[in-house]
Write a protein that binds this ligand. Structure first.
Ligand code: COA
Ligand code: AMP
Length: 632
């Protein structure tokens, strides 16, 4: 039996033994006695009696072990021209000082801190400072607007919000302060303080008495020590899009998270202490949490924090420049980013001048990896390309070729095999397993391994109803797909109304709520349609109230303003009617099929087939970038 199969079988038959062994890689204040608490099933808790501090494991421990001078974090920012390296010692000292500053502002164990920050080292410092205090951070992606931010503030109820004054996008400065002010005006919760990191590219004007700058917060602060917490205490909340407009607060605990990420770094990513790991993502997403910040630092590796794009900063050779300059050994990004590079530099000429000899592996995740992109990247870099499938909820890969365990053959279009710890099944509508080759819902047998969400923030009930109720004893991933006869998994897409735009997970429900709130709109639908670069892009369809009129451009702007530019809704069509079932449900799946060019059968449940017929030409019109259309 190969090493992968052996590890997988053990993780299934003896999960407690498997994870007890993995837990020895972590420094505990109180090592785990009990490994898994099953008493409140279907809610499970890993390492229920253990205590640790995640920041200690990410920083202090490595300094104490002699890695103090090794680079911990390299901030490479082509959009601001900044390049700065922090050693483990420097990063620990900055984190300890900012933790002291947060403590002085009233932040203690269990308190929440919302971070609305750009890709700067202080974001990582703030995350780890929270971890140091046993506080709970909740990072909000900078591309989200006021509505999304307000929803997160009201759910997390932070003691303090830390924001950067601005983000820097190619060609424009994104001022965060107006969005923060609008969100605070909209939210009912009032934080005790807002700390603003002033960036020279766009400083903010502090408006509330309780606001202070990052520098002022640090003045006279006393470095804070690591506060031990229970392994089951929350480390962070990361909100993610569900089918409704209300984001889900995915909770990550301290102990299971540290154990799982540390294990994944060696077993899946084949990366160890001293290696240079670069996840070209954003700290606002789960990939950023797990593989820019926590996993590389828990491992004693060097992480690269890249504030730039795959193209345009300054060109499509940017990724190869960064990888060569910092001696990156393992790289991780989204297929969209590779497609963007390929589009601008199809022959990969811009990679030619760079020495990429240290690069061993390229990992791609966040959306389906199409075989063409997989093949192109492999040809260009001459290293294995590893598709891996996971989601915010799991925090680390569910399916991948576990390169640290064994070199398994890869297959284009498949993220390979279930990672040890994950009992992956493909089931039909009754919950029965379907044979290889047949499509179904992908579910995970309970308990989920360490590192996955133990619940949703303050809402066990919603966790159970959203994820654990469809097929008892399993976790519903929301993805559909199939296994082949070799046990390789193929993930074909979401089975719900969540869409994936340029590797960003977005809710069509949230966009619909914004459109529906416009006084001229009677009803609306937002669907995700195929896009060659971004995988999917949203398209909106609105029916107006009798006698009402609106410029679709206004609706596009409204979504951009409320949800944020990352929503990337560029086209809204005004239509006469939306196809519905006789019970009034909008036939979004049928609309999506037609928009994607598939021959969609007319559902037998349709109320008025003429409405669908009238909509067909609008749906089939693929001018996505025409911004907005009016069909009287
Ligand atoms: N702050 C503010 N605005 C942001 C932002 C941020 N952090 N991130 C993105 N935006 C804005 C962009 O500027 C853009 O604005 P625009 O409409 O004015 O042009 C909009 O949100 C849409 O962004 P995006 O979907 O990223 O498209 P893009 O055209 O700017 O870039 C790619 C396209 C492919 C280069 C880019 O999407 C990319 O690098 N994708 C990889 C995604 C990724 O790493 N995902 C993480 C999972 S691994
Ligand atoms: P997020 O929670 O933002 O990480 O998005 C998770 C979703 O992205 C999953 O549920 C999938 O729909 C999709 N996804 C992520 N990685 C892959 C992959 N390798 N292949 C197919 N889909 C993926």
């Amino acid at each position: 039996m190969g090493a992968y199969r052996q590890a997988y079988e053990r993780s299934m038959h003896d999960p407690e033994g498997f994870w007890r062994d993995a837990a020895t890689a972590i420094d505990w204040v109180m090592p785990p006695g009990e490994i898994l608490d099953r008493s409140a099933a279907p809610l499970y808790r890993w390492f229920p009696d253990a205590r640790l501090n995640t920041c200690h494991n990410a920083l202090d421990r490595h300094v104490d072990a002699g890695r103090g001078d090794q680079p911990a974090l390299i901030h490479d920012s082509p959009v601001t021209g900044v390049l700065r390296t922090y050693s483990y010692r420097e990063l620990r000292d900055e984190v300890a000082l900012f933790a002291g500053a947060l403590r002085r502002l009233g932040v203690g164990v269990g308190d929440r801190v919302v971070l609305y920050m750009a890709m700067v080292p202080q974001t990582v410092v703030a995350m780890l400072a929270c971890a140091r205090l046993g506080a709970v951070h909740s990072v909000v992606f900078g591309g989200f607007g006021a509505r999304e931010l307000a929803a997160r503030i009201d759910d997390a109820r932070p003691t303090v919000i830390v924001a950067t004054s601005c983000g820097v996008e190619p060609g424009r400065i994104v001022a965060y302060q107006p969005m923060l002010d609008a969100a605070l005006a909209e939210a009912t919760h009032v934080p005790a303080h807002v700390v603003v990191l002033q960036r020279p590219q766009g400083p903010a004007e502090l408006v509330r008495d309780t606001d202070l700058t990052w520098d002022d917060a640090l003045l006279g602060a006393v470095p804070a020590e690591c506060v031990p917490v229970a392994a089951t205490d929350p480390l962070y909340i990361l909100y993610t899009s569900g089918t409704t407009g209300r984001p889900k607060g995915v909770v990550r605990d301290n102990g299971g998270h540290a154990v799982a990420l540390r294990w994944s770094m060696e077993a899946v990513f084949a990366t160890g202490p001293g290696d240079v790991f670069w996840a070209a993502s954003d700290v606002g997403w789960v990939v950023g949490h797990s593989y820019i910040v926590y996993a590389p630092l828990l491992t004693g590796a060097t992480t690269v924090l890249y504030e730039g794009k795959p193209v345009g900063t300054p060109d499509a050779g940017a990724f190869w420049r960064v990888a060569a300059q910092h001696g990156v050994t393992t790289m991780f990004t989204a297929p969209t980013a590779i497609r963007a590079v390929k589009k601008e530099d199809p022959d990969g000429k811009l990679a030619e001048g760079y020495d990429l000899s240290r690069l061993r592996l390229l990992f791609l995740a966040g959306e389906r990896l199409d075989p063409e992109t997989y093949a192109w990247a492999g040809r260009l870099l001459g290293v294995p390309v590893i598709d891996n499938w996971w989601q915010t909820e799991t925090g680390w890969p569910i399916a991948a070729s576990p390169r640290g365990l064994e070199t398994l053959p890869t297959k284009p279009g498949s993220p390979s095999v279930p990672v040890p710890g994950f009992r992956v099944r493909v089931v039909d509508g009754t919950g029965a397993d379907v044979p290889p080759g047949e499509e179904g819902s992908i579910v995970l047998g309970l308990p989920l391994p360490p590192g996955c969400l133990p619940t949703l923030w303050g809402d066990d009930e919603r966790y159970v109803s959203s994820y654990l109720s469809a097929f008892p004893g399993t976790y519903l991933t929301g993805d559909g797909g199939h296994f082949d006869t070799d046990g390789y998994l193929y993930v074909m897409g979401r089975t719900d109304d969540v869409i994936n735009v340029a590797g960003h997970r977005l809710s069509t429900g949230a966009m619909e709520e914004v459109l529906a709130a416009h006084p001229a709109v009677a009803e609306c639908a937002v669907i995700g349609v195929l896009d060659p670069l971004k995988g999917q892009v949203p398209r909106g369809f609105v029916v107006l109230k009798a006698g009402a009129d609106v410029d679709p451009a206004e609706l596009v702007a409204l979504v951009r303003d409320r949800i944020g530019p990352v929503a990337a809704l560029r086209r809204v069509d005004v239509v006469k009617g939306l196809p519905k079932t006789r019970s009034g449900k909008i036939l979004r799946r049928t609309m999506r099929g037609i928009a994607d060019g598939r021959t969609e059968p007319v559902p037998s449940t349709i109320d008025d087939p003429a409405v669908l017929d009238r909509l067909r030409p609008v749906l089939s019109d693929r001018g996505h970038d025409d911004h907005h259309r009016r069909r009287p």
